[in-house]
Design a protein around this ligand. Structure first.
Ligand code: FAD
Length: 318
């Protein structure tokens, strides 16, 4: 079922989760162990992130170093199929431009369609670790909107090399995109960022999932700004718990988000990470309650290795 149909058919705020594929070599049980406890909350859908390969240097027998491309977290498509089969829950694979040619993307979409997966979240991806700025793969998509247009084309039976006239069994993906309450870090200002977001919606995105934020006011203002700009699709807040002190530096630097003073002051008082986790859990619970009350269509939790914290929060909401 499509994410947009889940939202349109809902009487109350829905719950969804996001997971990362495990590091290469780990089995599917790593995913089931992570998700099993969370399934009692009947998530409407589960997102699975996509990761580009990274350039690494491997020492050769003669002492020289060979450049190799390594994908540390492969398996997004397979994990989505496993989630659907094992839990009967709709998976949402992420698709990224970075590191993929348009042909590779088309092949991934064809696989997803054969598997009966109805949803994709389309993203640009970040610059590779050895690049200052994002560079698309030769023959790849540059912006999320280019990838989105490729998916829309496929929905319309237009493949890279030709239009397929017989529409029987054609893929019909529901497409989500990312939005940034605190602005995407490369955008010169919020208005420009919003204009590009509107372009993605006008091109066919049916809903938006936000970057994490820790101050709900930023989400509510973002929704207001989107509505004023004529963006009328559901806007799903992305939520992440803080569980250790290091995140006070890592999150703003990596995701370009602010931590409110009240939250950072409380974290500073903590002597151990266990105490930080308690503060982070309580903060996330208050955020969730307020967002639910404020009419958020879905609460989307980035579970990233912390399913217990998410469980503690969601159990207080349902
Ligand atoms: P875009 O929408 O392409 O925007 C990128 C930048 O370009 C913005 O500054 C935008 O304003 C600007 N821009 C957009 N269109 C144009 C245009 N036509 N001309 C000029 N400028 C333009 N990364 C992963 O690698 N894997 C994941 O699974 C993943 N999942 C994510 C899930 C969510 C909910 C979010 C919020 C982010 C996720 N990311 C993921 C990170 C994401 O890939 C990065 O934030 C990336 O830097 C931007 O992606 P985007 O899709 O928003 O890009």
């Amino acid at each position: 079922m499509k994410v947009i149909d889940h939202i349109n058919g809902a009487k109350d705020t829905l719950i969804s989760f996001e997971i990362l594929p495990p590091l290469k070599g780990k089995g599917i049980n790593a995913i089931y162990n992570h998700l099993d406890p969370l399934m009692e909350f009947k998530p409407s859908f589960i997102n699975v992130t996509y990761h580009r390969s990274e350039t690494m240097f491997k020492k050769q027998a003669d002492g020289s170093f060979a450049k190799i491309e390594v994908r540390k977290r492969p398996g997004t498509v397979g994990i989505c199929a496993a989630i659907m089969q094992h839990y009967n829950v709709d998976p949402v694979p992420h698709l990224i431009c970075g590191g993929f040619t348009r042909e590779e993307t088309e092949n991934a979409l064809i696989d997803l369609a054969f598997l009966g997966i109805d949803n994709v979240l389309v993203l640009r991806g970040d610059a590779a670790k050895n690049e200052t700025y994002f560079e698309p793969e030769p023959g790849g998509n540059r912006y999320a909107i280019d990838l989105l247009k490729q998916v829309m084309d496929l929905n319309n039976g237009i493949y890279l090399e030709e239009e397929v006239k017989d529409p029987g069994g054609r893929a019909q993906f529901c497409i989500g995109v990312a939005g940034y309450p605190e602005k995407h870090f490369e955008s010169p200002n919020k208005a420009t960022d919003l204009a590009y977001l509107k372009a993605k919606v006008d091109a066919g995105a049916e809903y938006i999932v936000t970057q994490m934020f820790f101050d709900n006011q930023k989400y509510f203002e973002f929704v207001d700004h989107c509505r004023a700009a004529g963006i009328n699709v559901p806007i799903i807040p992305g939520l992440k718990p803080i569980t250790n002190k290091k995140q006070m530096m890592i999150l703003p630097r990596t995701f370009h988000v602010d931590l409110p003073d009240d939250l950072s002051n409380e974290i500073m008082k903590c002597k151990t990470d266990a105490e930080v986790e308690l503060v982070g859990t309580e903060w996330l619970l208050q955020q969730s309650r307020e967002l639910k009350k404020g009419g958020a269509p879905v609460l989307h939790y980035y579970t990233l290795g912390k399913p217990k914290v998410i469980w503690n929060v969601v159990k207080e909401l349902v």
